[in-house]
Design a protein around this ligand. Structure first.
Ligand SMILES: Nc1ncnc2c1ncn2[C@@H]1O[C@H](COP(=O)(O)OP(=O)(O)O)[C@@H](O)[C@H]1O
Ligand SMILES: [Mg+2]
Length: 269
């Protein structure tokens, strides 16, 4: 069954077309990766899917429901969670507090009942706390629940952001470069976390430059080229696609990371 359907999507900034007439469909339950060099439009696409940018043209539907024009808040409430390419963390708060920020999008809150500490508000707060703790444990961060966020390693912070997204109990999670800046051990932990998220029934939309990770974890891959679709298919189809090989997986790019090393293509940065 199709969970997310994008048709004729277009977004430009001044003279730059970041996403150009893009179509793709994400089946429910898969890990769906979007790859392409820096500037291909991946983050812009996530910003449209999460309601931060409004597309110039085209449609986005989730479970058959049109999402274009809904606020980021409404989209989050309908089950779409995301993490950011650059960490969005409140360093003056604890790990648990950072994750609770995610839950507050999802629980039933009302200023008056919260201020008066009515039983419903107290119940909802306890529920939010439990969801946050569950999400942190799920991400292997149980030991950091009360830690201040400013004392943690980058790998832990990246997983904390994922915990915050999971605490919203999403049906789909979008991750923008979750392995960027991670060392090999942290990358392996990230790979296993993405697998566990997928096994728990959440559809995963992944933007990632680390091709080893992408090819190990994905069910399907969309290759973006200047905002358009260059190829789409299973990991095997993508790895054997001559156009993709010429553009990205170039023969001398053997560190498994695109966009950071010359691969004999004009896409290297
Ligand atoms: N807010 C913005 N204003 C102007 N140009 C933007 C903005 N966001 C993205 N772009 C441009 O859109 C293109 C795609 O960028 P982006 O979506 O960040 O690519 P990626 O995430 O694939 O590296 C780039 O040329 C970028 O400079
Ligand atoms: Mg980006």
């Amino acid at each position: 069954m199709t969970l997310l359907k994008v048709e004729g999507l277009l977004k430009s900034f001044g003279g730059v077309t970041a996403i150009a007439d893009l179509d793709f469909e994400v089946p429910e339950g898969v890990v769906y990766s979007i790859i392409g060099p820096n500037g291909a439009g991946k983050t812009t696409l996530f910003n449209m899917l999460s309601g931060i940018y409004i597309p110039d043209e085209g449609s986005i539907s989730l479970n058959g429901k049109d999402m274009v024009g809904l606020s980021p808040h409404k989209i989050a409430r309908s089950g779409v969670a995301r993490t950011f390419q650059n960490l969005q963390i409140f360093f003056n708060m604890s790990v648990l507090e950072n994750v609770l920020v995610g839950c507050h999008l999802r629980i039933k809150e009302n200023l008056i009942s919260t201020a008066l500490r009515l039983p419903m508000a107290v119940r909802e707060e306890a529920k939010a706390k439990q969801w946050a703790i569950d999400a942190l444990n799920f991400c292997g961060l149980g030991e950091y629940i009360s830690s201040p966020s400013d004392a943690l390693s980058y790998g832990v912070l990246k997983r904390m952001e994922i915990a915050r997204a999971l605490a919203m109990k999403p049906s789909i999670i979008m991750m923008d470069e979750p392995a960027a800046g991670l060392n090999d051990t942290e990358t392996a932990e990230m790979l296993s976390l993405i697998r566990r998220i997928s096994e728990s029934g959440i559809t995963v939309l992944l933007v990632e430059h680390n091709m080893n990770l992408v090819m190990q974890v994905s069910d399907r891959v969309l290759v973006l080229d200047y905002g358009s679709r260059l190829a789409e298919g299973s990991t095997e189809e993508i790895q054997n696609n001559p156009q993709v090989i010429a553009a990205y997986l170039g023969t001398d790019t053997n560190d498994g990371v695109i966009g950071t090393k010359t691969g004999g293509s004009h896409y290297a940065v």
